[in-house]
Design a binder for this molecule. Structure first.
Ligand code: PBE
Length: 297
């Protein structure tokens, strides 16, 4: 967690202030009389504490010397609400962000460059299952293993939900319009007769979309599907102890590495369900900063 060392922070602030006076490159958020940090109230708007992006951002704060900053915990929904509020006023804000996410369709945003590579490179979203899933629910195992889609696909579902569509309806509409893709996921799989399966997910917009689609696909194949919404830590625990059968929400190789390492040998990777995803710090385009390093100014 972020520690505020007040004495050190004050010294660092003073030092930064002096540097800023002598070396004004004009990059000071939207209000040039304030430093970037001041204009942000030294606040990074985060999400739920168990999210991998929160752990990575704590590391960012240390590695980039942003010790005056607080990473504020909340939720995915609270983060997007804060983003909207700031955006409507063209006020400075920095949030923990990720792609795919509808916020990039809704607002003009940019990732801050991460020259130290703390957030890693391109991430993947992977599907994980409990041990024994292949033996116990072979048809579901095969469907989950064959499941993969693109950022654009997920975006359609996510944006529809964001625009007010019910989750199940948005998922069904996507399935109806993409029968060819769904047919690839279910290829070679026989229908079952009401077998129970439990999928665990976190209330991240991306995962709400994927799990609602998969629920309907599995139901169409005869499964009795329950979706259970939990925090990230309990999600990994549930798959590892078998109380959940699977999840489509494993962001790897880096974002959920701590969880994957902790539960190594206690879950199975069923495959990559999306390539080329990304996490990082995100700001509105109207902010005059480009890199995480600029947050120090
Ligand atoms: N997130 C972003 C997940 C994965 C990347 C919020 C969807 C997380 O941070 O754990």
């Amino acid at each position: 967690m972020t520690k505020k060392v007040v004495g050190l922070g004050a010294v660092a602030l003073l030092a930064l202030g002096l540097v800023a006076c002598g070396n004004d490159d004009g990059k000071a958020g939207t209000d040039s009389t304030k430093s970037v940090g001041e204009s942000l109230n030294y606040k990074i708007t985060g999400i739920d504490p168990g999210a991998g992006i929160m752990e990575a951002t704590e590391k960012v704060i240390v590695e980039y010397g942003l010790d005056e900053y607080d990473l504020v915990t909340g939720s995915s929904a609270a983060m997007t609400a804060a983003l909207k509020k700031a955006y409507d006023k063209e006020a400075p804000i920095v949030v923990t962000g990720w792609t795919p996410h509808w916020k990039f369709a809704q607002y003009d945003l940019k990732y801050l460059e991460d020259p130290k590579g703390v957030y890693g490179g391109e991430e993947q979203i992977r599907t994980i299952g409990r041990l024994g899933l292949a033996e116990d629910l072979p048809e579901a195992y095969q469907i989950l293993s064959q499941f993969n889609w693109t950022e654009a696909d997920m975006g359609e579902v996510m944006i529809a939900i964001q625009e007010g569509e019910k989750e199940a309806v948005a998922a069904q509409n996507w399935i109806d319009a993409n029968a060819d893709k769904v047919a690839e996921w279910t290829a070679g799989v026989n229908k079952v007769d009401g077998d129970k399966i439990k999928l665990a997910y976190v209330a991240w917009d991306s995962e709400i979309a994927s799990h609602n689609v998969m629920k309907l696909v599995l139901e169409e194949m005869g499964y009795n599907v329950s979706l259970t919404q939990v925090e990230a830590g309990p999600l990994w625990t549930a798959v590892a102890d078998g109380s959940a059968d699977a999840s489509l929400a494993a962001w790897l190789p880096l974002t959920h590495k701590t969880y994957a390492d902790k539960f190594e040998g206690k879950f199975e990777e069923l495959g990559i369900n999306m390539e080329g995803v990304k996490v990082g710090l995100v700001v509105p385009q109207y902010m005059d900063i480009d890199s995480i390093e600029d947050l120090k100014n």
